[in-house]
Ligand binder design. Structure first.
Ligand code: FES
Length: 337
């Protein structure tokens, strides 16, 4: 049994199969709603239900009671129970990009910090893999579980994918990366996913906020903007704990040195005694607030742990940033294995 979903905002209609979420049905039909976690926690896929009924595959954690009462739904979890009408934003940018399952081979591994490994994955020459800078893939594990990683490299032909893997002590995959993975190992992944890419229909100054390995998609976005010769203003804030965690500091400083439209501000939350640090300290969102009294004219792209994203939502909107101009990817490190 299938139901139809009509998006009042675009006028488009899609058929949703039994037990399929509206987000998945959209992706199957090249209709892309904004989304990130696909797990009901980030709230990126929030939309308004105008008529009809939906049920949820998992509890919609990202919705408050007030939002549920007002008719908000999460498209990544909502399965229609009859024909429904919704009001939802659609994004054209990634609509033609196909989500695929592909094999890959580890081509290089570099331990760039005590707990961060940069993995490079070589793709089969015979298969094309298209994505937008800022998107992520799911590594498919043998037991059926998945681990999501943003691609830190911009798309290029003959490409390798660059991932930044942080070692989570109880995490099975990241422990494998740090302890037993070798160059030439084979893996499979599915992707690309997510809509954390630069909105190119805008020339507004963009503030990029990264927490730890949340740098990965932001590095890809910046790399793409530089390659495109963008003259848009970018200000990157990268928050980590101590100086030893700034694993790509030199590269980012060199980019900022070469490009007048890019500023780079590293921020340490707990500088070590021997760091001799005279730069920005504290939480990364606090550094943004120290630099910008008024965010009304900006866009913000933020990637990091949920606590950082929550702080960005609260404090940046209080400084005038319209909620629709905060784009974010929120990640939890998986320790459930
Ligand atoms: Fe739906 Fe995150 S809550 S994509």
């Amino acid at each position: 049994m299938s139901f139809s979903v009509h998006n009042r905002k675009s006028g488009k209609r899609i058929e949703v199969e039994a037990d399929e979420t509206i987000l998945d049905a959209g992706l199957r039909n090249s209709i892309v709603f904004p989304y990130s976690c696909r797990g009901g926690t980030c709230g990126t896929c929030k939309a308004r239900l105008i008529s009809g009924r939906v049920e949820y595959t998992h509890p919609p954690q990202a919705l408050s009671d007030a939002e549920r009462e007002a008719g908000d739904i999460l498209l990544c979890q909502a399965v229609p129970l009859d024909d429904v009408e919704i009001e939802a934003t659609e994004l054209a940018a990634s609509a033609e990009i196909q989500i695929k399952i592909m094999p890959c081979r580890v081509s290089a591994m570099e331990r760039v910090a005590h707990d961060v490994m940069v993995l490079r994955l070589k793709l089969p020459a015979s298969q094309e893999f298209r994505y937008l800078a800022g998107q992520y893939i799911d590594i498919l594990l043998r037991d059926g579980r998945r681990r999501s990683f943003s691609m830190a490299s911009r798309p290029q032909s003959g490409q390798e994918l660059e991932l930044h893997v942080r070692h989570v002590p109880e995490g099975q995959f990241s422990t494998r990366v740090f302890e037993s993975m070798k160059v030439k190992d084979l893996m499979r992944f599915q992707g690309p996913f997510g809509t954390f890419f630069l909105r190119e229909d805008s020339e507004r100054p963009a503030i990029l906020v990264a927490g730890g390995t949340g740098l990965a998609p932001i590095k890809a976005v910046l790399d793409q903007a530089i390659a495109d010769g963008s003259t848009r203003e970018f200000h990157l804030f990268w928050g980590v704990r101590a100086r030893r965690d700034l694993y790509m500091d030199e590269l980012l400083a060199a980019w900022a040195e070469r490009h007048d439209n890019l500023r780079y501000t590293p921020v340490l939350s707990e500088p070590a005694a021997d760091d001799a640090w005279d730069g920005e300290s504290g939480f990364v969102h606090e550094a943004v607030l120290r630099h910008y009294d008024d965010l009304a004219a900006h866009e913000v792209y933020a990637c990091g742990p949920p606590v950082m994203i929550d702080a960005a939502k609260t404090h940046f909107t209080a400084r005038g940033l319209p909620a629709g101009r905060l784009f974010y990817d929120s990640f939890e490190f998986a320790v459930d294995d």
